[in-house]
Write a protein that binds this ligand. Sequence first.
Ligand code: TYM
Length: 337
Amino acid sequence: MEEQKSQVKKKVIFSAIQPSGTITLGNYIGALKNWTNLQDEFNCIYALADLHAITVRQNPKDFKKNILEAYALLLACGVDVEKSIFFIQSHVHTHAELAWVLNCYTQFGELSRMTQFKDKSQKHADNVNVGLFAYPSLMAADILLYQADMVPVGADQKQHLELSRNIAERFNGIYGNTFKVPDPYIPKTGAKIMSLQDPTRKMSKSDENVNSFVAVLDKPDVIMKKFKRAVTDSDARVFYGDGKEGINNLMGIYSSVTGLTNQQIEKEFEGKGYGDFKVAVAEAVIEELRPIQERFDKYIADKAYLKECYDKGAELALRFSQRTLDKAMKKVGFVIK
Ligand code: TYM
């Protein structure tokens, strides 16, 4: 009974990741590490946001492969289907349905201000589709369907999350309390891992320069090479400071992986050069990723197990989300069948 009570009181966590290409060290440190750490304390619901991914053109064969690989990789990172709900977004129809409803409560001006829309529409100038524009209201639907209290994300998703909050508040303001207004959960260190080649820009899986990011599945020798080539500055002392974006970024990565503070890192590398530091960062990352890579090989080889997991995830996700969808539709005045 006591146990049941505490289950009821557990806060709800929701987050998602797009299965578009490689999952990077930025995704891992900024979001996925938190996803797995939160599973004991909270009711966690995680999704592979495949509907979001088609806002940029996907090759069908690669897309399918990427979805399955991303599912296996997240299991390998520690998403535990015994503790959490983990599903593929397109398997749960409530997402697209609530997104449509929320589109009608989201203003053109609000979506126009989204920096990610501005960036992506520049990058994909030949395909500025309505989905790319409306992407944040689908993201709001993802979160609001589960009455999520907190959303673990990297800093780049903060603006989308603020919009989700505004949409929830607007809807609640018109119809009375319908959606929980979610809070972002952004890590203190590692919320924005930067490109290894241009540390003023975010590390991104869609970067054309493969040396700019470390993929969670990169082999140890590749990881070592990428860190050795990381752009730094002409100084030689390892410390955190202005104008040292490259070193600040490497310190952030090292700190997220080892748990050391910046001060402790500065002490560890006193009297040593950037070369030693880069090797140490690479080695720490390699060791962090090694068990994940081993588990990935096991999961990706077992398609039947993957299907069992995502089928179960979709069934549970539908059960929870249908309740909220029905509630919202009823408030708007739809006739519920
Ligand atoms: P996506 O797929 O771009 O990234 C997944 C998660 O990784 C974080 N992230 C980073 N963190 C630190 N440093 C980086 N360089 C870095 N790059 C990415 C992102 O902040 C994110 O947390 N729209 C979302 C997916 C989504 C979603 C949702 C998230 C769809 N629906 C509902 C939360 C709630 C996206 O494109 O993330």
